[in-house]
Design a protein around this ligand. Structure first.
Ligand SMILES: [Fe+2]
Ligand SMILES: [Fe+2]
Length: 138
């Protein structure tokens, strides 16, 4: 893969972060019930971190000569309880896989600085997966 292909993948990652921001914004407001109180507080923290992830990706895309996308992908409308959290877990799990690949690809392309910039996204996405697994008893 060349640098242009890598930038295309980063822009897909950026779209996925836009989806996280929109999805979590809905879910922190709509998921109700005493059993979900802890996870809702955690999702509010995730939400702030997703904005940082999006910003980091946009900066790296621009640094590599690309244009950060403004396209927000289609997002399922699932505002309720366990189903909403399962959707969040799916999304975070996909993102974790993607960031594992992206860090490895950045290193292969001779871009260790970019790999380093992406490392917090990798670690925090694993944390988000663990939070949701905990809430769903998985
Ligand atoms: Fe994220
Ligand atoms: Fe996340």
């Amino acid at each position: 893969m060349d640098q242009q292909g890598f930038v295309t993948l980063l822009n897909e990652d950026l779209q996925s972060e836009y989806r996280s921001i929109v999805q979590y914004t809905q879910h922190v407001a709509t998921v109700k019930g005493p059993e979900y109180q802890n996870i809702i507080e955690e999702l509010k923290e995730h939400l702030g971190q997703e904005l940082t992830h999006a910003t980091t990706l946009a900066e790296q895309i621009a640094f590599l000569g690309g244009v950060p996308t403004v396209t927000v992908p289609e997002i399922p409308n699932v505002p309720d309880g366990a189903e909403a959290l399962a959707l969040d877990l799916d999304l975070e799990t996909t993102q974790l896989e993607r960031y594992r690949e992206r860090v490895a690809q950045a290193n292969e392309l001779g871009l260790p600085d970019v790999a380093e910039a992406l490392r917090p996204l990798l670690q925090q996405t694993q944390d988000h997966v663990m939070d949701l697994q905990g809430a769903l008893g998985k």
